[in-house]
Design a protein around this ligand. Sequence first.
Ligand code: ACO
Length: 433
Amino acid sequence: MTDANTPAARTVRLEAEGKSLNMPLVEGTEAELGIDIAKLRSSLGMITLDPGFGNSGACRSAVTFIDGDLGILRYRGYPIEELAERSTFLEVAWLLIHGELPTKAELDGFANSVTHHTMLNENFGRFFEGLPTDAHPMPACAAAIGALATFYQQPETEQNVRDTVTRLIAKMPTIAAYSYKHSVGQPFMYPKNQLDYCQNFFYMMFGTPCEDFVVDPVLARAVDLLFILHADHEQNCSTSTVRVVGSSRANLFASISAGISALWGPLHGGANQQVIEMLDHIEAEGGDVARFVEDAKSKKGSSRLMGFGHRVYKNFDPRASILKKSCGEVLNKLGIQSRQLEIAIKLEETALKDDYFISHKLYPNVDFYSGIIYKALGIPINMFTVMFAIGRLPGWIAHWLEMRKDPDTRIVRPRQIYTGATKRPYVPMNKRG
Ligand code: ACO
């Protein structure tokens, strides 16, 4: 696994409790350094303690590079700014999964396969009928993706995994749209093969059998951009979940379903919904941005500034910068005046001048502006995190495939520092209390 035994290897020496250990330094292609602690427990009888894993690398990965201090994000070496400007979501999905940008033939072939796998088994209609009518689309999606595993139970050969990848990317927008249609009591719309990925999603979401539905290309491109920006973010909470579940050799459907559940949390993908709720709240309270910022600083209740702060970015989130610009453009093109955007800009300006936010290195993250765009595009608020999940899917898949091929992969099974009671005798019922 490491080059610890070669003479040139750089090491870190740890001395503790009268014992010592030389641990190899591991260097990534961007000169990131890590300490390989694989021998720590067997040599010193100790483990590391790192709640939230802020200092722990779980794997080597060649998918995405982030430099949080410099605000750099690259998929497979390509800067996010260039991909956002020049690429499409399906092209980015291929890049993440295969490691290289596709040739024209590869991209056409991929788009064609995806298009021809978008339909769901008819039994899915009954699956959705079993859910309450007001079912939140996010757990509905997680359940439906997990349920796909019951329709495709073939052994895990390379070809079958490739088919699963295509099916997931193809069926995710259909499942997302069906989850929404179920929640509003409208008939499911079958996918249309003449539409591209994002157009088809809009059609399945907002079309009805009663009339023709024409998708505005401005909306489709805006969603394509959002999907690109969401497509991967290295070892974030949901991607780590996908890797952890997959490390037990659970199949790709089950692993992705777990990733969707992890993404739902308000500190992760659920933040975009919380941002809109926060902006609505500020507006309802008379638009007093300064007071809201003061509340967030005072840590009263749960009044964090949603859409602000990031575990990795401590300078700016490059995705937020791209979205801020795109947000203005999309609203302009659609001719929408957004009070929420005005409040968001004021909130950002106020927070960025504030000592608390400066000293805590808290900047707008990708979720700060994505909710405003989704709202302008007519996406219902409970679908925001589902949109994030559609975008993040290729990243989850790329990491799952990488994890499965990595010879260092072992089932994920962290250790703990036990803090409970020490050994004590059983207390009979009549002696308790
Ligand atoms: N508003 C106010 N204070 C904040 C915020 C915020 N949004 N975020 C962090 N802080 C403060 C904390 O109170 C803490 O202060 P202290 O050191 O004085 O106690 C300090 O900054 C560090 O915060 P942690 O929660 O320890 O930082 P962590 O790296 O664990 O959390 C997170 C990062 C979860 C993103 C956090 O910044 C947060 O809750 N942000 C709001 C939710 C959000 O926007 N999530 C989306 C993230 S992006 C994504 O998942 C796509």
